[in-house]
Design a protein around this ligand. Structure first.
Ligand code: HEC
Ligand code: HEC
Length: 281
């Protein structure tokens, strides 16, 4: 009830949409004329609050949608290209590049679908953590900062290798305890407005808030290219902004709180095609 009042305060407008309604019926995302993306799929069994999951792509206007349908029109692909070039550039004291060990970047196919995941030491790591671990412990190179162009270009280049594959983040086994924590974060109402992630992205997707069309807040399109800031946005940066919108204090990129939230939110996208690099207003 409080959330409803709060959302009205935030000038939410438009017809209330019953969960499960398709935001853009019949619209299909096909990239470069031949890569068919799954943008709507039955919700995973462990996400009882949703009937279907919808890609963020379906919530945007036709001109924004169109940019993602052709790599030449997608401004985010420039970052992915730079990342692909850097893949074979040696860096650090060991004189190695990513390619020295991993071979062609195409070998990274499938990696995005499973991120974040628990590493062999039982720690939950995002893709950025795996990259920095290789840089610092295997290349003798400096860690890249989370939101830097170097890091997000590389994340984009690796993500693009999985385009069209279904998101398949593990939520069981070693990931189970992190996932449970993330689920709790997602549904906990915080701040003066007493909003949870679910208040907006589960109960009100399809509605408008200020000038924005509320999506389900899925992660299958990351890193996303934001037209507003004209750069690639990391998952943690986006989550940080959304947490900040609900309360005074938020978490920094690369903290365990955001890794945990990322795991849970990414699992809500399970079944949707990886789209990274998606285009957002
Ligand atoms: C000296 C060899 C070496 C170099 C150089 C190296 N890596 Fe790695 N990388 C590894 C090994 C070994 C693993 C762990 C593989 C495993 O446990 O499955 C790994 C794992 C990864 C993973 C996680 C893959 C997964 O599916 O879990 C990513 C992502 C990655 N590396 C990216 C990079 C990037 C980007 C660079 C260049 C900036 C790089 N690596 C440089 C050896 C290397
Ligand atoms: C007051 C409403 C509101 C709340 C609460 C909120 N968000 Fe958002 N969120 C938005 C708006 C508006 C956008 C931009 C439009 C969109 O993509 O939905 C957005 C975008 C996102 C996106 C990007 C989706 C994409 O496809 O680009 C993610 C991910 C996200 N939110 C996750 C979260 C999480 C996790 C929480 C809880 C910590 C949360 N949001 C809380 C309003 C909210």
């Amino acid at each position: 009830m409080t959330a409803v009042v709060a959302l009205v305060t935030l000038s939410l407008s438009g017809m209330a949409q019953a969960a499960g309604d398709d935001p853009d019926p019949g619209k299909e995302l096909v990239i470069n004329g031949d890569m068919q993306m799954v943008t709507r799929v039955k919700a995973p069994d462990n996400i009882p609050g949703l009937t279907n999951v919808y890609s963020g792509w379906l919530f945007h206007d036709p001109s924004t949608q169109a940019m993602e349908m052709d790599d030449f029109d997608n401004p985010g692909m420039t970052g992915a290209e730079t990342g692909t070039e850097n893949w074979s550039v040696a860096d650090g004291s060991e004189g190695k590049s990513c390619a020295s060990c991993h071979g062609d970047i195409e070998k990274m196919k499938g990696v995005r679908t499973h991120m974040p995941k628990v590493n062999k030491d039982g720690k939950l790591w995002s893709m950025e953590d795996y990259i920095n671990n290789c840089r610092t412990t295997r290349m003798g190179a400096k860690a890249w900062s989370w939101n830097s162009a170097d890091m997000q270009d590389m994340v984009a280049a690796i993500s693009v290798q999985s385009r069209g594959m279904p998101m398949a983040v593990a939520t069981d086994g070693a990931a189970a305890k992190f996932w449970k924590e993330g689920e709790k974060m997602y549904y906990t109402r915080t701040g003066m407005l007493e909003l949870s992630c679910a208040s907006c992205h589960e109960q009100n997707y399809g509605n408008h808030i200020r000038a924005e069309h509320l999506s389900q807040g899925q992660l299958n399109g990351f890193p996303t290219y934001r037209l507003k800031t004209a750069k690639l946005v990391s998952i943690h940066n986006r989550l940080k902004g959304c947490v900040r919108d609900t309360r005074a204090e938020t978490y920094k990129e690369g903290t365990d709180a955001l890794r945990i939230l990322e795991l849970y939110v990414a699992s809500r996208s399970n079944g949707l095609s990886v789209e990274g690099v998606a285009v957002r207003p």
